[in-house]
Design a protein around this ligand. Sequence first.
Ligand code: 6CS
Ligand code: FE
Length: 289
Amino acid sequence: MSIQTDPYTSRGNWPQITERQDPVVYGDSQEQGLLSLEKLRFYNDNGYLFLPDFFSPQETQTMQEHQQRLWNESQSANGPEYVREAQSDMIRSIFAVHHNDPFFAKLLHDPRLMSMARQILGSDSYIHQSRINFKAGLHGKDFYWHSDFETWHAEDGMARMRAFSISIALTENTAFNGPLMVMPGSHRYFIACVGATPKNHYQESLRQQQYGTPDDDSLAFLARQCGIEMPTGSPGSVLVFDCNIMHGSNSNISPYPRSNVFAVYNSVENRLVQPFAAHEPRPSYIATR
Ligand code: 6CS
Ligand code: FE
């Protein structure tokens, strides 16, 4: 009996860089859908794809109104889905909007997004996680460099790299208000991070991630190999990025908020199992089970 060793072990005593063991674009990527073959190839090679003006100005305006509504409601809310900033106590993220809010549930299941998901994942998919990040002006704090997959593997039990995220810009994403930065091509390396996952780690990590962030040498290696890109754009633009691409964003010391809607699409062939490096799975408002 061959003992299946996990190709993506992490959270041990040593950092390690290994090759990705999974495809990036699954199935027959010639499959007709929203993305052209050229765009799919760029995504496959770089691990991300920037789609400016994905949504129309009218659609974007409506999204912004609903985001404002959620922001207003969130001031007095204190459910676990409402994550506040570590220092200023301002709302940082609202999780599970695909589940709790009818407008965002419909938006995140838009046929254009589902078409893209089928082309990339080569199967049906479901939303693993959704969140609105507000990154308020002047006080919105950074998201340090990380691979989402490393966390979803270690803490949620996502076995393979068969998921991707979209980020829909709800405000101008400029060089000044803490936009997402990616290391193009870094999705082809898996960085094992040092340090065992503390109990209930998510109660800290969603405010300031300490565990599951790569060591300095691995980050320096990746940045040398891949470089850093900072896709910026107007409200309504969409950034598509692979579950394992190294990404992060700076604090927002500009007075302008940087708000996005994030959603993660996971293949139904990649449903969560037991966490690979945590005591127990994270709650379902963070990772759909
Ligand atoms: O822990 C998570 O699932 C979340 N953390 C970050 C910084 N990005 C991915 C995901 O939203
Ligand atoms: Fe992330």
